[in-house]
Design a protein around this ligand. Structure first.
Ligand code: HEM
Length: 352
């Protein structure tokens, strides 16, 4: 994780260095830029250069279609998926996918030609893995895994970070307490020390409780008779765990619509009471990475920048596919750098 810590901090500094004092901007876009670059570098193992630039451009285009409803219609009605040339919606999608595949396969081939056991990116770890029969993953499997991690990990983390920045600035006392905690670590804290900060952890936990970005977990199919509480379920029943409703049980979380990080300092919640990353053996595999990223990005942004919400109106959640996203992307105004201009990151290039 330490290697990823340096990367996350450097990328956060690079992206936020583009902010202009007085600028009114949507935090979500900056957080998307950070989480996207973190995945391309930490998971795909890409380095700056033409392949990174091209893959970045093509993936952004495929993940953020200009007319999202068109993509949904094509997914729902397979008969509409006709390749009628490069200008037809499905034809355009297929060509883009082919270009992305070529770049990913080129990356895999390069790794095979120049193996380097010291690499820590997820692609390298997956390429080193062997199944029970001693076989490595095929190129197709590697491509599929990379794309799954990108799709599952990019928007979720960016949305959670945007909610966190919203709540932290909506309640100035939360920001003050966080800064006091961060400043106590001194000028060059270790990313692991940031990860262990209790109040920062409580703020992230409460952010993921109040509007969990994944409103529900993935579907579960009952295989043998099952009793949960007073309910009995027969085999074949489809269950969809509601994360949102669990997180708003008033018996567990009094005044559940209020942002109160202290709840997580006062007591511990069981995996059946608090489940922003789902649960059981299909729980989110990116949980540790996502929490590490959230804490380092927040620590870097807060210790370097003074910002305010652009207006005092409460930001409401809107459904964006399966995610609970902040309406408008959380608009904020950059007021300036923090006076002491402390950098939380010992390793970042700009603070060196
Ligand atoms: C704050 C950020 C994130 C949140 C809130 C989140 C939440 C979730 C949830 C609720 C599930 C469903 C689990 C279940 O049904 O039990 C899930 C699955 C998954 N997540 Fe995440 N996730 C986040 C970040 C990430 C990241 C960074 C990655 C990878 C880099 C990732 C990869 C996955 C994968 C591959 C699955 C499917 C697991 C399976 O089916 O076995 N997630 N995530």
């Amino acid at each position: 994780m330490l290697a990823y810590g340096e990367l996350i901090c450097d990328i956060t500094e690079q992206v936020t260095n583009q902010w202009q004092v007085g600028e009114n901007f949507a935090v979500l876009s900056s957080m998307q830029a950070i989480s996207f670059q973190v995945i391309l570098k930490a998971v795909f193992g890409l380095e700056d250069g033409p392949r990174y630039e091209k893959l970045h451009e093509f993936l952004i285009t495929i993940l953020n279609p200009k007319i999202p409803i068109l993509r949904t219609v094509l997914l729902l009605f397979p008969s509409l998926r006709q390749d009628l040339g490069a200008w037809s919606p499905w034809g355009k999608y297929l060509r883009l996918r082919q270009q992305i595949d070529q770049l990913i396969y080129a990356q895999i081939q390069e790794r095979k030609a120049q193996p380097d056991p010291s690499r820590t990116d997820i692609l390298s770890l997956m390429m080193a893995a062997r199944d029970e029969a001693g076989e490595p993953m095929t190129d197709l499997e590697l491509r599929d895994e990379l794309m799954t991690l990108l799709v599952a990990g990019h928007e979720t983390t960016a949305t959670s970070l945007s909610w966190a920045l919203y709540w932290i600035h909506h309640q100035p006392q939360v920001r003050e307490k966080l800064l006091q905690e961060l400043d106590k670590l001194g000028e060059q804290p270790d990313p692991n020390a940031i990860f262990r900060l209790p109040y920062l952890n409580a703020v992230c936990s409460e952010t993921l409780r109040l509007y969990p970005v994944a409103v529900s977990g993935l579907n579960r199919l009952v295989k043998s008779p099952l009793q949960i509480g007073e309910y009995n379920f027969e085999p074949g029943t489809l269950l969809i765990p509601s994360i949102y409703l669990t997180h708003h049980r008033e018996d567990l979380y009094p005044e559940s619509k209020q942002f109160k990080p202290e709840r997580f300092l006062e007591r511990q919640f069981s995996p059946y009471e608090y489940l922003p990353f789902g649960g059981g053996n299909r729980r989110c595999i990116g949980m540790a990475f996502a929490l590490f990223e959230m804490k380092l990005v927040l620590a870097t942004v807060l210790s370097r920048w003074q910002m305010e919400l652009s207006n005092g109106k409460p930001v409401k959640p809107v459904r964006k596919g399966l995610l609970f996203s902040p309406a408008g992307g959380v608009r904020m105004v950059v007021k300036g750098k923090r006076p002491q201009n402390q950098s939380v990151l010992q390793t970042s290039s700009s603070s060196a």
